[in-house]
Design a protein around this ligand. Structure first.
Ligand SMILES: Nc1nc2c(c(=O)[nH]1)N[C@H]1C(S)=C(S)[C@@H](COP(=O)(O)O)O[C@H]1N2
Ligand SMILES: [Mo]
Length: 524
């Protein structure tokens, strides 16, 4: 009969493998920056879907918002699950390895369902974490599983009941490997936090802007409005750390602004090149603009409002002297490009070559040193991050990265409203009015009205937060009172042109999702 390793040793091997597997995935997440990484993605899901009492208990005991508690909690849970897999490994190694796959798969699913722009990086770090976990698990189990004596070993002094290495060596090995796994996890988290670090960015000072005071006071008003105080509502201006991120970069560019420049050429009379300093000196325009990703599902997270600082694109194009035959503004980063019709700028909408985001130099994740921000056009046709070149061309002569991959060439942002509160199936006490709240956007046009309908009741007009202008989303809230039971709420926005958001459901491809966001909630 084959001898089994000691149960305690097997548990240690399993825990070590699980820790290394998760740690490696988290470290790669720090380097590749899918946003969020596996630990954060899973814990956000847990907090979003767990019963309220569980979340409340967690908050009181550990504080779910506390990063350290979150990491420690993850480490403890990983150790426990790993120890369980270790026990399993004594019987069936295949089942134990499947456990590692399952742990990683949960992280993967949580990551990609939050962030559909990074399936590649997420897949890569999942596979790498899984494989490393396998190797460590198999090697450690090998170290502690007794080898049966063969005929040649007859005279050797390794008895069949003895594992092939001394226990002390095994314990030392698990200690070192588990500690490096934990370090990788913590390191990955640190790396992710440093997403905005850039040596040159630290030295930038923006010129004063004539618009600064006005916009500061609007943002203050928006933040202090009663609507803004609603629980769970998305802030009027999203902090840089929380801003959605979508791009095709596996590694986040870290461009040195000192040897960076922006070229404007193509169908222009005076091709020009601007250094970073020249661009920053001219960046005196500040504008709140809501960017949205064409991949955003109705009610999805791929949308955000920030206060951008930069130079109006129209001003730069005027200087370059756009030739009449130009019909497309193409823009390029190192491995990406996009383009939109020159005609989109005819209404003199907000369009910036931006260097600042919410009062700071652009974080690396959001395009340092410079990016385009064009109000009312989806990001994939207009919002080039890590911008190197703007080329005036024709609509026929150039297709950006996503065109021909199933996405439309002309892509204005569709009017949308999102419900932030209630959360899916959130439970309320029916003895008090409940808050239904969220954000609505129609960038470059503006939001004039938001209405909600509960079940088949009348459309109720929402109270709106302070307007930050036509380019920015608007917070909204309704206080609702009604019967006990399960209810469905839907929301619709009306633009400043009087157009009511359509209820016709379309998928994100080819030119953006339409339809109305709904949520179910329970009144107890
Ligand atoms: N260089 C580069 N810029 C890019 C992209 C990209 O893949 N590469 N993606 C675009 C898309 S699809 C969107 S929605 C916005 C997202 O900008 P954010 O990550 O700052 O939110 O960036 C745009 N700019
Ligand atoms: Mo996008």
């Amino acid at each position: 009969m084959a001898k089994k390793p000691l149960l305690l040793d097997a548990r240690l091997a399993g825990a070590t493998a699980a820790i290394v597997s998760m740690g490696a995935a988290e470290l790669l997440a720090g380097a590749l920056r899918p946003n969020p990484g596996p630990v954060e993605a899973v814990s956000t899901r847990v907090v979003a879907y767990a019963p309220t009492w569980f979340v409340e208990l967690g908050k009181t005991l550990f504080g779910f918002s506390d990063k350290i508690a979150l990491l420690v909690g993850t480490a403890v849970l990983t150790t426990l699950i790993g120890a369980l897999l270790g026990k399993l490994a004594r019987e069936r190694m295949g089942f134990a390895l499947a456990g590692i796959v399952a742990m990683q798969a949960i992280g993967f699913v949580a990551m990609v369902s939050d962030d559909n722009g990074h399936a590649g990086a997420s897949m890569f770090l999942t596979i790498a974490g899984t494989l490393l976990g396998f190797v460590v698990f198999i090697v450690l189990m090998g170290l502690i599983t007794p080898v049966p004596k063969t005929s040649q070993d007859k005279d050797s002094d390794i008895s069949p009941t003895n594992p092939p290495v001394r226990r002390r060596t095994f314990l030392a090995a698990t200690g070192v490997v588990a500690a490096s796994g934990a370090l990788m996890g913590v390191g990955g988290n640190r790396l992710r936090d440093r997403g905005g670090d850039n040596a040159t960015a630290a030295k930038v000072t923006f010129p004063p802007s004539p618009d600064a005071e006005k916009i500061d006071s609007l943002v203050d008003k928006a933040n202090s409005s009663p609507v803004a105080a609603t629980e769970q509502i998305t802030p009027a201006v999203v902090p840089n750390e929380d801003y959605y991120r979508i791009d095709t970069s596996l590694f986040v560019p870290n461009i040195n602004a000192d040897d960076w420049s922006l070229t404007i050429d193509g169908l222009v009379d005076n091709p020009m090149t601007l250094t970073y300093d020249e661009l920053v000196k001219r960046s005196t325009t500040i504008a709140p603009v809501t960017l949205s990703c064409v991949s955003n599902e109705v009610g999805g997270p791929l949308v955000g409002n920030a206060v951008w600082q930069g130079v109006p694109l129209q001003e730069l194009l005027e200087e370059a002297g756009v030739k009449p035959e130009a019909s497309q503004v193409a823009s390029y980063a190192d491995n990406w490009s996009c383009g939109f019709p020159t005609a989109a700028l005819d209404d003199n909408r907000t369009a910036l070559v931006a260097v600042g985001m919410n009062g700071e130099p652009l974080p690396n994740l959001h395009g340092f040193p410079a990016r385009l921000v064009v109000s009312g056009l989806y990001g994939y046709v207009s919002a080039t991050k890590w911008l190197r070149r703007i080329e005036l061309t024709t609509l026929e002569d150039f297709d950006g990265f996503w065109i021909d991959k199933g996405w439309a060439k002309i892509a204005p942002v569709k009017t949308q409203a999102r419900i932030d509160k209630p959360l899916p199936l959130e439970e309320f006490d029916s003895s008090q009015p409940i808050d239904i709240a969220g954000v609505a956007w129609a960038p470059s046009i503006g939001i004039e009205r938001v209405e909600v309908q509960v079940d088949s009741g009348p459309w109720l007009e929402a109270e709106l937060g302070e307007s930050l202008g036509p380019d920015a989303w608007r917070q909204w809230r309704v206080k609702w009172e009604g019967d006990k039971g399960e209810h469905t709420v839907q929301v619709r926005a009306t633009t400043s042109n009087g157009e009511v958001q359509t209820d016709e459901r379309t998928a994100p491809a080819p030119n953006g999702a339409s339809g109305r966001h709904t949520r179910r909630f329970i009144s107890l």
